[in-house]
Design a protein around this ligand. Structure first.
Ligand code: SF4
Length: 400
């Protein structure tokens, strides 16, 4: 086990230590919380970049007020100056809104702006990433990005020499300061391992799905270790790993310091390999909760980790991991199981029915139709125990 190695057992040990301290302090919890809260949002150095970013990053896929957005302005005052955007976010409106916001502040240097371009198949070539980047900068009213990412990378081919050369060229042209990729797919382990081989000279940071529900994933843990050792910046997204049963868990979660949403974030920050976590904060209440959580230096206690652990196990049947090769390879035709379940999650858990419907409807008839197919083997192969027919039926009922 390397020095960098960090697993759930470590987290539990750490939680136990923190819990003991917390028990003493909880005698007067209100004062203790205030005493242990940092003044501003804590910062960290991103991988080997030498650059400082906040540990809480502003996810920008929601719609902001194009005139004056209170959440963005308040976030900046709190020190959350890292804007994580994407060309497709907010139906393509994210960049324009952020451009206006930065103009209102009037000092580009106060922000870290990351954006991403999502391309699949034959369109995912360096020339197309480059032209899309060139098009997005005027909307953002900036002439450079602090970080440019290839969005939702799924294959190792996209980490080939041509793509790394593209990153170097874009840096040389001054259009970007740092380069990396995001990954939502189950190929994340292979991609992280490949990135660790390539190293931070070409890949500065990776943004990937990571939450309390992933602690037990040994392969993912090894891949994270490899990236950390190589010096690549690691940013967690989808940290809430929401499922429809979340509402019950919110009510039953027992903690003196944190609500469930905060606890899920604290669980990610407890992993010292992860530099920062992106969170979409759609209103001031969510922003304040997240800011309070990141400022509060009280670590999660053992019983809080246990609750998250139980929650992960009890809700696994709702949590699609995106390992499409396991189920889709057992079905004839073009059926997209993982994509449909992801869109269902956007609707059920993120409260984004319009986005979910638009994405669902972009799939072809063959990619959606499942009624005539035998899905028994695919269902048997699913490591999460998902009832695939039931979930695809629900996706159709809600999104078609
Ligand atoms: S349905 Fe199951 S096997 Fe298919 S992608 Fe989701 S988790 Fe993986």
């Amino acid at each position: 086990m390397s020095d960098e190695s960090f697993n759930r057992r470590d987290l539990f040990k750490r939680a136990a230590a923190a819990g003991a301290g917390a028990a003493l302090l909880n005698a007067s919890v209100g004062t203790a919380e205030k005493a242990m809260a940092a003044e501003t949002v804590p910062t960290t150095t991103l991988g080997s970049t030498g650059k400082t970013i906040p540990k809480l990053l502003m996810g920008c896929s929601q719609k902001f007020d194009p005139v004056y957005d209170k959440v963005l302005h308040t976030a900046l005052k709190e020190g959350v100056n890292y804007l994580d955007s994407g060309q497709v976010y907010a139906n393509g409106q994210s960049h324009a809104t952020l451009g206006t916001f930065m103009e209102q502040i009037g000092d580009r240097s106060r922000f870290w702006v990351t954006s991403k371009v999502m391309l699949y198949g034959k369109r995912a070539i360096p020339a197309n990433y480059t032209s899309n980047l060139e098009k997005m900068l005027p909307d953002l009213k900036t002439d450079y990005l602090d970080m440019f990412m290839m969005h939702d990378v799924r294959s190792l081919g996209q980490l080939g020499p041509d793509y790394m050369q593209m990153g170097r060229d874009l840096k040389k042209r001054g259009l970007i300061r740092h380069f990396g990729f995001s990954c939502h797919h189950n190929s994340v382990v292979d991609l992280l391992n490949k990135a660790a081989e390539i190293g931070p000279e070409d890949i500065d940071a990776i943004q990937f799905r990571y939450s309390f529900a992933k602690y037990g994933d040994k392969d993912l843990n090894k891949a994270i270790d490899a990236c950390k050792k190589a010096g690549i910046g690691l940013i967690a997204m989808k940290t809430q790993d929401s499922v429809p049963d979340d509402k019950d868990m919110v009510k039953s979660f027992q903690s003196k310091n944190y609500n469930l949403f905060q606890a899920k974030l604290k669980a990610v920050w407890a992993d010292e390999r992860i530099d920062a976590a992106v969170s979409e904060m759609t209103n001031l209440r969510q922003l304040r909760e997240n800011v309070a959580a990141v400022k509060n230096t009280t670590e999660l206690a053992m019983h809080e980790f246990h609750q998250l652990n139980r929650f992960a196990a009890n809700t696994a049947h709702h949590r699609c991991n995106g390992c499409s090769e396991l189920c889709e390879s057992r079905v004839e035709g073009d059926l997209k199981v993982a994509d449909q379940l992801r869109f269902l999650m956007y609707d059920e858990c993120y409260g984004k029915p319009e986005v979910a419907k638009a994405l669902y409807r972009e799939l072809s008839e063959n990619e959606r139709a499942f009624e005539e197919l035998n899905l028994a083997d695919a269902t048997k192969a699913c490591p999460q125990g998902i009832d695939i027919v039931k979930r695809l039926s629900l996706a159709k009922a809600r999104l078609a």
